[in-house]
Design a protein around this ligand. Sequence first.
Ligand SMILES: [Zn+2]
Length: 149
Amino acid sequence: MSKTPEQPSIKSRTLTLTHDIPISRTKIYWDSLKEGKVYATKCKNCSQTYYPPQPDCPNCLTSNMEWIQISEGTIETFTQAHLKPQGFTHYEQNYIIAIAKTLEGVNVIGWLEETDIKNVKVGMPVEITAKIMPDGFPTIILKLKQTYT
Ligand SMILES: [Zn+2]
């Protein structure tokens, strides 16, 4: 068995990438995050709900959508970030990310407002809110509605 020779390479500089995200058709969503509210879209034709919100229904191809606020759910899964990805390295504490299934049947990922992972269990009810973080970016916040006993 022959070994593949290592290809010569050099390290590039560290790259930082930012880009403008078009939001003209989801501006309601982004504006509502500043007010602490999270919205999904629901098709008025087939009743399918979408999160992240979709301006058009992929199911029946209509643009006849309405905005619905999503505010409650239960934890489907969660993890604690010990190694932070680029853009989050300025957060000193290890934060908990969770996915909540809403009453409307969509999944929402967000920061769990709880720092001790021992207090978190799948199935716990959460309130779904949003806030502007100290770095200026809007973030979905999941608040436990009960304490683990
Ligand atoms: Zn539809």
